[in-house]
Ligand binder design. Sequence first.
Ligand code: GLY
Ligand code: MN
Ligand code: MN
Length: 482
Amino acid sequence: MDKKHMVSSLSGPRMNAVLYAARLTDFAFRMKPNSVAIIVANPERTRSNDTEFEFRQSSDLLYLTGFPEPEAALMVSKIGNKLTASLFVRPKDRAREIWTGIRHGVEGAKKSFVCDKAFTVDQFAREVASAIAKAETVYYKFGNCEHFDTQFDKVWKAEQRTLENPETIVHEMRLFKSERELDIMRHAGKIAAAAHSEAMRLCTPESTEYQLEAIIESVFRFNGSDFTAYNSIVAGGNNAVILHYTTNNDPLKDGDLMLIDAGCEYQGYASDITRGFPVNGKFTDAQRTIYQLVLDAQLEAIKVGVEGKTLSDVHEAASRVLRRGLFNLGIISKDVSTVAGERKALKAHMKAVVAAKKKDAKAPVEPVTLRSFFMHGTSHWLGLDVHDVGTGGTRDPRGKKRKLAPGMVFTVEPGLYFDKNDKRVPKQFRGIGVRIEDDVAVIPGGQEILSAGAPKEIDDIERLMAEGRNLRLSGQRFQSIH
Ligand code: GLY
Ligand code: MN
Ligand code: MN
């Protein structure tokens, strides 16, 4: 593997005890007086018979503690002016540890994680009962882990305290990334960008989707990322019009366009990048036209995504460019080429749908608008979850439109998807699916593109692919790096 596609994992940024302590203190500060909050681990999930999916900690517990094991919980109690953070963990168990790895246990939890007390998880119900007996409010979110829900429910029913959702606090905190979190996310972005570059460099018309997937994910792991942040989408030709295509098993075809949407998770934080490129290294005129239109929309949308703007502003900026472009290509009509025109047409359509339903008649065909070819949003928050949380989504806790502010990280990912059988589209564009996605951090006075290392200008992509072709002609091939 080319050295320039390596990102040293040893030098990668990490969280530390001081930062976790600060988070816990901030969390406790935001809790109501005389309250107790409980955050639980994800359950383990069976993959087949007696093997499990690789365990991934619940993002909220990871955020507040960094504790990586299943069957764990955090309890924060704030009674009077006394704050106590307790961790519940699996006990040490030599027999189990021989099979599934070392457990931190109670002593390890106290030593290596930020907490005042640590207990074995079988003491959860007893300790929770004792803590909430002194509290007026309890924060707990049902639905994350049945095992904890059952135990908590019994205790809580006996005490009948006001129940609040801890996510309203944690998710608001998680929306604003600290400098260290941004460093970690920069690193995740760098690794994922290197992976996309490597896939471009090594792709040939003889490659398959799964080989490109293998290249992408080997760069992730080679550089010390923990997981893929979501199932990689590696789609050749018409597969690119399936938004969440993850089969990734088809051979590539000379003349087709690739779409790869793949991101790694580093220290728990996601990157999320989409790139498109021609399988044979040269865009056709039709591919170039659609690709450049999506790129123009994405660049315009990124420009808009600065402090004070909203994610709706970002979406509208991308949509405006795409609408104009589709009209110029003769794909949508003039009357739906503006926001107002599109809104009017879709409103009239909805009315016609309702009227048809009342009469039990056939539903009318939806008018051809931007929505016919760009059917998803432009942005989502990014962080510990790829579709990251943020209280109230695009509204803040007071119900106001959430304005972009330093520390927020979001994606910008417009796309156009023309199915190979879609007769509404000129023939030369059918079978082309393009999405271009970058990760943007709002920083004081500007923004930073965390995924900038992955080429997206047509000339840069073609240059990188030509470089790869020349290396192959001179006898260099992709080598297994393990
Ligand atoms: N990879 C999923 C997304 O872009 O939202
Ligand atoms: Mn995304
Ligand atoms: Mn994506």
